[in-house]
Design a protein around this ligand. Structure first.
Ligand SMILES: Nc1ncnc2c1ncn2[C@@H]1O[C@H](COP(=O)(O)OP(=O)(O)OP(=O)(O)O)[C@@H](O)[C@H]1O
Ligand SMILES: [Mg+2]
Length: 397
């Protein structure tokens, strides 16, 4: 007896086992299967739309689709009709992937109201760490509680840049069965604009010169563990200094904190096309939103007022335009930036000069416009007001 051909529903169910590893969900859920047809002879034709035509996962998806369906009784042949998504379809699939990642995200100890901003670049040495520390400090100096997570686990520089070297302590905290890592704290600003930095880095766990020895051991999971096991407590912002490149750390972050915004740092000189492609690709692969570009090492002005564009010009704006996001600022090359880093005193805190001013302006722009803090205080105050009013009305009635 020859088995009857499966129906369309059955084939669709089989396709739910085909996962797009990049987007972290099955191709049916992601809307990548526009059509399924089964002929009476058992020939199954599946339409598959890839996010981009030259998708490197095409071969794997093909193999998975064929192997899942071909083994089903009654199937005599499997054919795939490839398609490419339109820009709209692509953005829809990203939304679905993001939603999916959020629904299945593992627990973190980062409060839900906290804005998470990861500082990344398409290339090393452009000033990610300097930008992270200065912008984080300038945001804190506006009166916020700001976490700084050094995700550059092998090449950490945040401890030096902030002048902190105390080892991290673990403590038992209420509501948790295991001890939690307590971040190192640093008070910044004064008076009304007094804020707090909460800082975590593998630099607090290992010696700089032995860090490489740990490579591939426990440190591979360090960032995920920091997100899970650090007792961040109250936090308005979390800035993450990303390691150079686009590896596991980024994917882990996307999985655990899919709401993360990427802030891309570039120099004015980098071939914008190439960096834009890499940055956009990075965002695409981890489906994180890019919230802005910061140009670092822009033209510096000497004491005679002469301006020198040592590393070229216009790269930041070009990159921002390419990705379609705002250019948040241009930080000039200034000895004060590296000197502040060496001294563990970010220039953005008490420094004077154009670089310090620019860091502070970027911080204001982030807070006022790009990623305003979740205003929970205002929220609960309003709720309390409503409750009080309701109770008054009841008492009166
Ligand atoms: N605007 C600036 N003016 C002067 N020096 C700067 C500026 N920005 C960064 N630097 C210096 O450039 C060097 C590289 O900066 P930084 O370590 O922040 O880059 P990075 O992108 O984090 O590097 P990596 O990819 O190695 O992590 C440091 O010595 C830093 O002091
Ligand atoms: Mg760095």
């Amino acid at each position: 007896m020859i088995a009857a051909a499966p129906d369309v529903e059955t084939v669709t169910e089989l396709l739910r086992a085909v996962i797009d590893p990049e987007l972290g969900a099955d191709i049916v859920t992601l809307g990548m299967v526009p059509s399924v047809a089964v002929s009476p002879e058992g020939v199954v034709t599946v339409g598959v739309k890839l996010t981009i035509g030259g998708c490197p996962l095409r071969a794997q998806i093909k193999k998975d689709v064929e192997s899942r369906i071909a083994v089903h009784p009654g199937v005599t042949d499997v054919r795939i009709e490839w398609g490419e998504m339109t820009a709209d379809e692509r953005s829809e699939v990203m939304t679905k992937a993001r939603w999916n990642a959020r629904e299945n995200a593992p627990d973190t100890n980062v409060p839900l109201t906290c804005k998470v901003i990861a500082v990344a670049s398409g290339k090393g040495g452009v000033g990610k760490s300097s930008v992270t520390v200065n912008v984080a400090a300038a945001v804190a100096a506006q009166g916020f509680t700001v976490g700084v997570l050094d995700a550059d686990i092998w090449g950490f520089s945040v401890p030096r840049l902030l002048g902190i070297d105390e080892p991290l302590e673990a403590e038992k905290v209420e509501g948790s069965d295991r001890p939690r890592i307590m971040p190192n704290e640093l008070v910044v600003g004064r008076g009304l604009s007094k804020g707090l930095l909460k800082v975590v880095s593998t630099g607090f766990l290992v010696q700089e010169d032995t860090a490489l020895m740990w490579r591939g051991l426990m440190l591979a999971k360090a960032v995920e563990q920091f997100l899970r096991d650090v007792h961040w407590g109250e936090l308005d912002y979390l800035f993450i200094d990303m390691p150079p490149g686009t590896g596991d750390v980024q994917m882990g972050l996307a999985r655990m904190l899919p709401r993360t915004d990427l802030l891309i740092v570039t120099t004015p000189a980098l071939a914008a096309q190439k960096v834009a492609a890499r940055a956009a690709d990075m965002a695409r692969r981890s489906f994180l939103r890019v919230c802005g570009v910061i140009e670092n090492m822009s033209a510096f002005t000497c004491e005679h007022g002469q301006s020198y564009a040592l590393f070229g010009e216009g790269g930041g704006q070009t990159l921002a335009d390419e990705i379609g996001v705002p250019l948040l600022g241009r930080v000039p090359i200034e000895a004060a930036v590296s000197a502040g880093g060496d001294a563990g005193a970010p220039v953005a805190l008490d420094g004077v000069g154009p670089a310090a001013d620019e860091f502070r302006a970027i911080a204001r722009r982030l807070v006022d416009d790009i990623a305003p803090p979740a205003n929970m205080a205002g929220c609960s105050a309003r709720m309390l007001g409503l409750v009080a009013a309701a109770l008054d009305a009841k008492d009166a009635g």
